[in-house]
Design a protein around this ligand. Structure first.
Ligand code: G1P
Length: 299
């Protein structure tokens, strides 16, 4: 039996420079790029809230002030909207500022994802916690955190999220070696490799940016040598937890079949905007008919 204590804290690393999206990200953090009318990071915060996570720690870096401003109150603007009778917009701004308790820590020296997560140690303490990567947008229609939390209550240890990707894309991700469990959507993770070449990949199951981790990972991260790209890799620390279940109960993973976008990648970002807009009641129907005509016109 594992603890049924709710998981309430998430760590969100957002210190990345966004070089794949320059020049748009020269003065604007990549997490603030809009997906329809909300910055990408707001979807992540809303996803956390929907899964019962009330406390978020953003691991930030230089030039990320816009993130802090976005989730803060703006009394002047709120008053102006009220005076103008723009009540819906006013309420939306208030809702954003109240989505979660958001805390911030600076990464300082960007030594890798594992290093960013290790910055969260004093905030997280001794309880299991979630890590949500700011670039990974999970469509709210196909949430994954509730299944990961359920797998955690059933299996204990740490829980990852895996997704099948084409063989030629596995070098972009952490890759897992797995064994089946009694539950067809949960696997046991026996090994992990960060961004393997196709010929050394143990599967086509890619690690997606949602993790439910045991606090013992911090000790491992503190001793972790740089790995792929000379960076301290979270995947390498998780490989140790997977190999030796006596450390913190081993590692399982939920295999995700829903919609996920990498908003740091141009094509995936564009797909996120189109698909999420098509699903919306306000702009969806008009966009669909325009898109259908546009594509049919062969322009
Ligand atoms: C990170 C992780 C990688 C994971 C990926 C998911 O890589 O290191 O294991 O598969 O996120 O988005 P990054 O995309 O930050 O290079």
């Amino acid at each position: 039996m594992t603890s049924k204590r709710p998981i309430v804290k998430a760590v969100v690393p957002v210190a990345g420079l966004g070089t794949r999206f320059l020049p748009a990200t020269k003065a604007t953090p990549k997490e603030m790029l809009p997906v329809v009318d909300k910055p990408a990071i707001q979807y992540v915060v809303e996803e956390a809230g929907a899964a019962g996570i009330t406390d978020l720690l953003f691991v930030t870096g230089r030039n990320k002030d816009a993130l802090e401003n976005h989730f803060d109150r703006v009394p002047n603007l709120e008053r102006t909207l009220l005076d103008k009778g723009a009540l819906a917009l006013h309420d939306e701004l208030m809702r954003i500022a109240e989505l979660a308790h958001i805390h911030y820590v600076r990464q300082g020296n960007p030594l890798g994802l594992g290093h960013a997560v290790s910055m969260a140690r004093p905030h997280v303490g001794d309880s299991p916690f979630v890590v949500m990567l700011g670039d990974d947008l999970i469509d709210a229609k196909t949430p994954i955190l509730p299944s990961m939390i359920e797998a955690f209550h059933n299996h204990g240890g740490s829980i990852l999220c895996l997704m099948e990707v084409p063989d030629e894309d596995i070098h972009l991700y952490g890759c897992a070696a797995v064994e089946p469990t009694d539950n067809p959507s949960v696997v046991r993770v026996t090994g992990l490799i960060e961004k393997p070449n196709a010929d050394e990949a143990p599967s086509n199951l890619a690690v997606i940016g949602r993790y439910l981790l045991q606090p013992q990972v911090f000790d491992i991260l503190d001793a972790q040598e740089p790995g792929r790209g000379g960076e301290i890799q979270l995947t390498d620390a998780l490989a140790k937890l997977a190999k030796d279940p006596s450390i913190a109960g081993g590692v399982h993973a939920v295999v995700f079949k829903g919609r996920r976008y990498d908003t740091g990648d141009k094509l995936s970002y564009l797909k996120s905007v189109v698909q999420i807009a098509l699903d919306r009641d306000d702009v969806g129907p008009d966009l669909r008919s325009w898109l259908t005509k546009y594509l049919a016109s062969g322009q």
